[in-house]
Design a protein around this ligand. Sequence first.
Ligand code: CA
Length: 237
Amino acid sequence: MTGTRGAAPRVLVVEDEPVLSGTVKTYLERAGMSASTCGDGLSALERIRTASPDVVVLDLGLPGLDGVEVCRRLRTFSDCYVMMLTARAEEADTLLGLTAGADDYMTKPFSPRELVARIQVLLRRPRTGGTGAPAEEVHRVGGLVLEPSSRRVEVDGAPVELTRTEFDLLQALVEQPGRVLSRRRLIDAVWGEGWGGDDHLVDVHIAHVRRKLGDDPSCPRFVHTVRGVGYRMERPR
Ligand code: CA
């Protein structure tokens, strides 16, 4: 886990346009965060490894290693929050960013104020679950085990590595087995109320959770899609 030791949250801004990264840094610092910048993917990975930032703001278009590849690689050793920036509005690109394990994304041009607000939402997210269940509880559904206190997930005895967002989503579902949770309800539980992103983000993260759990959406053991509404966790037997 990354940690702030009670100090200001540390944010690394990875962006090759110095004017933009400078502006973002200024806004983050005004909001009381400790920000630094980096202009390319390889040095970003090195910085993330040595400095363990709490949040990485990651531009998709970088020289050399692009943002998606940086995100993929950092996910092998870090669970920091990743906010992806993309210059292209096409869904494919933004989805690609999320496929690599980003927590949220913004399309350029964006308001630095909104970026700061979204980062604050990520940082405010409850670490022990969004619905107030006791942290020491262990949830079991079929072969799925989820332990909030250690943020451990297992399927049929094998550990499953989830990002923070994926874990929080799964936890929100597993805490209310058998109950249909709307996308909005899941967003409130995971990203917090008043989050400005779109509902589609939930579908993308759920798809990753399913893939990692080995759960077939057409014949689910764990996460059921309720058309037009949201998702439902299988009841424990
Ligand atoms: Ca760029």
